[in-house]
Ligand binder design. Structure first.
Ligand code: SF4
Length: 297
């Protein structure tokens, strides 16, 4: 008999759950609801909400919109978005995650307190919606660093304040922080603020354990999910037989053999229903291989 288990700790984080719930509530009101950018980096979930009436628009379309209702997703937005909404009589349904809003305020406050020569540095992905929102708090002065190779662009004779995008890996942040510290000149000060969201980083030890206890792992996440990429790497390191799938239909059934245990897990942007779908596909493809559900664990 084979076994299959869905990781109970995988799936939406608090911020994404909140944004999806807000969208569903607002959609029930019946008037058109726009969403600035994809509500979550998960194509199938976006498709589900589109069917319920959610209209996804990009920044250019947002600028043209007037007298409408627009939902802001969990990633948060820069001040310029709120300005445009005000000018165009747009009602904002702000589903920015409170953790991101706190980080935005922190960056804004620090940036205001410091002098012009202080470099505000954000460890994050250039162009990622959350990072755009964070950089916006500094009038676009902040410098975005994606990895340690980019540290040459900083001036170590001047003060540096380092922050992180909420979904970056903790070890990457620590490595960058240590490297910057070692390069600082005596005349300048370095401050490092670990602003990584524990909703993500706390999943790492759990995922490592989960991946190790199964023969193969199917990791479900949207192709564009940053957090999905980070957490999949964690899985893969713990269990080389880990497979990334962005749609339950991508499950390679030939990998499912007798007497193996299969783990199904995902990112903070992966809805539970997609992991359940994977389980269903596996079980229905090879029904004679499975005990009925994961009670055997
Ligand atoms: S990962 Fe953390 S900061 Fe990002 S949306 Fe989820 S709860 Fe909010």
């Amino acid at each position: 008999m084979a076994k299959v288990e869905i990781d109970k700790k995988s799936g939406y984080c608090f911020g994404v759950t909140r944004a999806i719930k807000k969208a569903e509530e607002e959609l029930k009101k019946g008037t058109p609801l726009y969403c600035l950018g994809y509500i979550v980096h998960n194509a199938l979930e976006v498709e589900r909400l589109t069917k319920l009436g959610l209209i996804t628009i990009d920044m250019e379309q947002f600028k043209q919109l007037k007298n409408a209702r627009v939902l802001l997703r969990a990633h948060g937005e820069p001040p310029s978005t709120y300005e445009i909404a005000k000018q165009n009589n747009i009602e904002l349904i702000d589903a920015s995650c409170p953790v991101v809003l706190t980080l935005q305020n922190r960056i804004k406050k620090k940036d205001k307190e410091t002098n012009d020569s202080t470099q505000t540095v954000i460890y994050g992905k250039k162009g990622h919606a959350e990072v755009v929102g964070l950089v916006g708090q500094t009038n676009d002065r902040a410098i975005v660093i994606e990895d340690i190779d980019e540290l040459d662009k900083l001036d170590y004779t001047k003060d540096i304040h380092l922050f992180s995008q909420t979904t970056k890996p903790l070890d990457g942040f620590r490595e960058i922080s240590t490297e910057i510290e070692s390069r600082m000149q005596k005349s300048a000060q370095f401050k490092s603020y670990d602003t990584i969201c524990r909703q993500v980083s706390n999943r790492v030890p759990n995922l490592q354990e989960f991946a190790k206890k199964h023969d193969i792992v199917f990791f479900v996440a949207g192709k564009k999910s940053s957090n999905g990429k980070v957490l999949f790497e964690v899985c893969k390191k713990s269990n080389p037989n880990s497979y990334f799938i962005s749609n339950p239909k991508e499950v390679d059934i030939s990998l499912v053999k007798e007497n193996i245990s299969i783990g199904i897990c995902g990112a903070t942007s992966t809805p539970k229903w997609q992991m359940e779908e994977v389980e269903k596909i596996i079980k229905s493809s090879k029904p004679n291989l499975y005990l009925d559900n994961s009670e055997t664990f």
